[in-house]
Design a protein around this ligand. Structure first.
Ligand SMILES: Cc1ncc(COP(=O)(O)O)c(C=O)c1O
Length: 429
């Protein structure tokens, strides 16, 4: 872990030093900004530009949007000498994984309060990884119950820090520090724009789960005086992803900074600064939609393979689908858009191999999430020795039939392929 990085906010507003907690967790800042020219060509764009902010590479262990928030939140946790962290999410929560990894690195304990979401391969591997990185798992029937249980646990264990869903204030309660992480990230992007690495985007596309990432970027744009509009692609619940909550979360963070350094302009995010984009989530959080799966596959083929990233179907695939629809509309001719990549792109398969996929080690309540099978070696009962050498074993890329020296007969392959396709049927939307 790097030890010298300081937030750009400290550099711009030195009075914040000592008043806003921070610990460096992002060795790879500034994260690259790249142009997606193959995608532009594929979409037949002429003057329009698509950039990507590669937060998938913030760290070499686990990338994505969480560590931006954690640099500030864990700054507070360490300052307050907490013993551990409690957090919440669905059974495939990326925040839970980031939290398990970070707490282990920092020698803290981690308890995850989880609620069901549609079971995918991502969910199955995530649960094993939480356990691998030392988190204790608790299952509830719903998000509301998970919240209740976590509050009770926090009451009994006051030396634990309770991090809300997504590290974002919920109904106005909770720390603004995660949002501040993305205000700082927006300052980083502005420095890159000033260096000529990218042009000022007309629109930034960002997935909206707890809304903290998008609200932080929006607050950052406001503070920097940019006219860039944030398009928040709704992937979670209406109760969280709505205009009033965006304003609340963004302005709470701006006030937090202004209170600590009154020289920071007292600006306010308004309804004109962002748009909530509906129609991409599917019938529930975590559902794999056809559009999302297509966006994941297309962008991997055109860009990700070469640049080393792959989107996910819950957040970034849906966001990319929305971006592609937007930029190909006649009325958006000539626009520049930036896709904020919030999903980890580091390979976690080596860790997963170490778990040997032994889900029976997890608390009993979680075993039911392994009834569905998403991998060829589970369906065909591939020999253990062969499995270990096979690139399809425990790989995110479940399309095993692409592997040329697979010893399965054509009949076996066909059977497994059909079973897999049924398991990952995408919702049409
Ligand atoms: C990959 C990914 N992208 C985006 C988000 C959404 O971020 P936020 O909760 O700040 O809205 C999440 C949240 O879990 C995520 O895991």
């Amino acid at each position: 872990m790097e030890t010298t990085r300081e937030p750009i906010l400290y550099k711009k507003f030195p009075n914040l030093k000592g008043k806003v907690p921070f610990i460096p967790l992002i060795p790879n800042a500034p994260t690259p900004v790249e142009r997606l020219t193959n995608l532009e060509k594929h979409l037949n764009l002429k003057e329009e530009k698509i950039f990507i902010k590669r937060d998938d590479k913030v760290s070499d262990v686990y990338g994505g949007n969480k560590l931006r928030k954690f640099e500030f939140i864990f700054g507070k946790i360490l300052k307050e000498k907490k013993k551990g962290v409690i957090t919440l999410g669905g059974i495939g929560t990326n925040q839970g994984l980031a939290c398990a990894i970070t707490t282990q690195q920092l020698g803290l304990k981690c308890h995850l309060f989880l609620a069901p979401q549609p079971v995918t391969w991502h969910v199955q591997r995530s649960l094993l990884l939480y356990d691998y990185f030392g988190a204790k798992l608790h299952l509830s029937k719903s998000n509301e119950r998970a919240l209740l249980k976590s509050l009770v646990f926090r009451l009994i264990h006051p030396r634990y820090f309770l991090m809300p869903f997504g590290g974002t204030p919920l109904f106005g309660f909770g720390t603004s520090l995660g949002t501040v992480g993305f205000i700082d990230a927006m300052f980083e992007l502005k420095e890159q724009i000033d260096q000529g690495i990218a042009s000022i985007p007309d629109v930034i596309f960002c997935a909206g789960g707890s809304i903290g990432t998008a609200a932080g970027i929006g607050a950052g744009c406001k503070l920097l005086g940019l006219k860039t509009k944030i398009h928040v692609v709704k992937v979670s619940e209406d109760i969280v992803i709505n205009p009033s909550n965006f304003l609340k979360v963004a302005n709470k963070a701006l006030n937090y900074l202004h209170e600590r350094d009154p020289s920071i302009p007292h600006v306010e995010v308004t309804e004109n600064d962002f748009k909530i984009i509906e129609g991409y989530r599917g019938s529930a959080y975590g559902i794999v939609t056809e559009k999302s799966q297509k966006a994941v596959d297309l962008v991997h083929e055109l860009e990700g393979k070469e640049k080393g990233f792959k989107l996910d179907t819950t957040y970034t695939g849906k966001t990319m689908a929305a971006l592609m629809d937007y930029i190909t509309e006649e009325e958006n001719k000539g626009k520049t858009v930036l896709f904020w990549n919030t999903y980890n792109s580091n390979n976690l398969d080596d860790y997963l191999r170490e778990t040997e996929f032994n889900y029976k080690k997890l608390p009993r309540k979680f075993h039911k999430f392994y009834e569905k099978t998403f991998q060829c070696w589970q369906i065909t009962d591939c020999a253990k020795e062969r499995r270990k050498k096979c690139p399809a074993y425990l790989n995110q890329e479940y399309r095993f039939w692409k592997i040329t020296d697979c010893p399965l007969s054509e009949e076996q392959k066909e059977k497994a392929r059909k079973q897999l396709e049924q398991a990952i049927i995408a919702e049409k939307q």
